[in-house]
Ligand binder design. Sequence first.
Ligand SMILES: [Mg+2]
Length: 247
Amino acid sequence: MTLRIGFDMDGVLADLATAYAEVERRLFGDATAGAPDSPDANGEGGVDPGEDEADAPETAKDATRRLREERRRRQIVWHAIETTENFWTTLAPLEPDVVRHIAETAARHRWEVFFITQRPETLGETAQRQTQRWLAAQGFDLPSVVVTRGARGKLARALGLDYLVDDTAKNCVDVVADAKARVLLVDRSGDPRVAGNARKLGVAVVASAGKALDVLERATTARGNPTLFSRLAKKVGWTAGGREPEA
Ligand SMILES: [Mg+2]
């Protein structure tokens, strides 16, 4: 049986955060911490500047103003990104050689690999084609890239993924709820609360894409050995996901 493995792009393989901060600094002279994964990320759910504003206490008013300003800034930065020709080909890798390492490991174990992203389109080639070019330049030839606007769980199920590597907790939760894939959350913060929450959900936490690859390789090797596999699953924290054992 061929394992099917999905890798998220930004925050797992490509360094969008640094590129985003550079654009923000160029436009505003400074940068706020962290880059949203997409123009829509964190774009909703803020305080809605409503008609009560005049009666609201000063602090709520300030919060409203701040949220509005943050949203305006985010829209301007994303507009600059979307009008940069072939922006997605310009990102730096988060870890040197990790994409090449994925290609080699996939070939060795006959994995089918999907690169999944919700990148918006920019000037130039399609986001899919830019992402394919980037991956090929990083050492993965003939990459399958899926650009999605929908939920990760549905996509993971449709693709029949066995594993998904992602850096967004929301995506991981969605996959745990909707698909049979086991999930690896790449968390570079080292925050023990992230690891604790992930473990409660049955999601494994790894510090890098390279570490995710190590776990995936061990899981592949342990596939034919239920004792070894359950020991690994217990160690990394997988209690969710996984297919029914084959008869
Ligand atoms: Mg991401």
